[in-house]
Write a protein that binds this ligand. Structure first.
Ligand code: GLA
Length: 393
């Protein structure tokens, strides 16, 4: 059964959020903004190598009701967790000082202020149905909802591209996760029925039609419940290996290495760095092939590329885990056309491109396989490409 949000329930939810805001903060919000999480269809750990990615915004969003204050205090509350209202003064914001989910809105305010944008004090109520820690970019969804709200409320007039860079700075320097630009780009630039084909070198984006339903397919997300954080060492160490590889090969970034260069590269790099490099180089190639195949033959033609991407992340980049491998292998064995882990890795979610007629079989098989292996039961749901960040009330 799909757990995609029902639009009517979402509208009612918007009124509830406004009412809750008014109850908590004593006056109505100036508006409500939302931004989606993302699934990366293909192109993993390529963004910070100046490469190609193909994510899409999903139909699960973070929503923020925001009111402007006359001082420089932020009062922040979320509908989940037990932190209560967190109050802080914006003049003393510093990287490392914020805790929990408040890092994300405060990081955005900090990054905007560093750009000379005069962000006033705010009251903010957050609600989100993007699963936390599942590799679907719940944190970027919050950041993108907040920056879309503040861009409008301050009249800053930032273009999508500048918002992408500001949220990246929030994430890198305030939150402390050395991530690239993929997730924000999908959340801010996504469009219903499309994936976002992003060239991370010149940061140009092209919308690529990607619809599963007309092709008789569903895209299943299998949240393994193994949570991860990109502030932990794994992500940074992969990034460091890529930088080392580029340096030894004498290129600006691994984007500049082609599949045909790999043989020569193997003689120049140590064994582990070579495998890290091979993942990035072949993954860039798979993104380009995916874009081509989607245009020529549609989504049912890309399964083998998803499989190859997973194998590369498991064996060369070594960012998978037993739960992700089991989700991928079981999906494939029970009818999916292709499957791979999605996102930064070390936990989170896998995606399985599945004929609609095999959906239940895949779901059942994965649930049973997890039970047999003694893993925590996964959460399985469908997603489809949805619109990017916007004001909803
Ligand atoms: C995380 C980061 C992205 C990207 C992916 C891996 O989601 O936020 O910038 O590097 O990992 O593809």
């Amino acid at each position: 059964m799909s757990t995609a949000p029902d639009p009517l329930a979402a509208a009612a939810g918007t009124q509830d959020l406004a009412a809750r805001f008014t109850h908590e903060f004593g006056s109505a919000p100036a508006g409500i903004w939302q931004a989606p999480g993302r699934v990366n269809l293909i192109g993993e750990h390529t963004d910070y190598n100046d490469g190609f990615v193909l994510p899409f915004a999903i139909d699960r969003t973070a929503r923020v009701a925001v009111g402007v204050r006359s001082d420089s205090t932020a009062r922040l509350l979320s509908t989940y967790g037990d932190q209560g209202i967190v109050t802080t003064t914006l003049d003393s914001l510093e990287p490392g000082a914020a805790k929990g989910w408040t890092k994300y809105p405060l990081g955005v305010i900090w990054a905007l202020r560093r750009r000379g944008i005069d962000v006033p004090g705010i009251d903010l109520l957050l609600d989100s149905n993007v699963p936390l820690g599942a590799g679907l970019s719940s944190s970027h969804a919050i950041e993108c909802a907040v920056i879309t709200a503040l861009n409008e409320l301050t009249g800053a007039g930032l273009e999508a591209q500048e918002m992408v860079l500001a949220t990246q700075q929030a994430e890198n320097d305030f939150v402390g996760a050395p991530t690239g630009i993929m997730d924000q780009s999908a959340s801010l630039r996504g469009s219903q029925g499309h994936a976002v084909f992003l060239d991370c070198r010149d940061q140009t984006a092209r919308l690529v039609p990607f619809e599963t339903e007309p092709a008789g397919l569903v895209l299943l997300v299998i949240d393994t419940k193994v949570s991860h954080s990109h502030s932990d060492g794994g992500y940074a160490s992969r990034r460091a290996s890529c930088e080392l590889g580029a340096q030894v090969l004498g290129v600006k970034a691994l984007r500049d290495v082609q599949v045909g260069d790999l043989e020569e590269a193997s003689g120049l790099l140590d064994e582990v760095t070579f495998r890290r490099v091979r993942h990035v180089v072949t993954e860039n190639d798979r993104v380009l092939q995916t874009v081509e195949l989607l245009a020529e033959q549609g989504p049912s033609a890309i399964g083998h590329l998803l499989d190859a991407s997973h194998a590369s992340m498991r064996d060369d980049f070594e960012i998978s885990c037993p739960e992700l491998d089991l989700a991928v292998d079981t999906s494939r064995a029970s009818g999916a056309l292709g499957a791979r882990m999605t996102g930064g890795g070390f936990g989170g979610a896998a995606i399985a491109l599945t004929p609609a007629g095999s959906e239940q079989k895949v779901r059942d098989a994965v649930v049973q396989a997890f039970a047999r292996a003694g893993f925590t039961a996964p959460d399985i749901f469908t997603v489809s490409p949805a619109a990017g960040a916007t004001r909803i009330a």
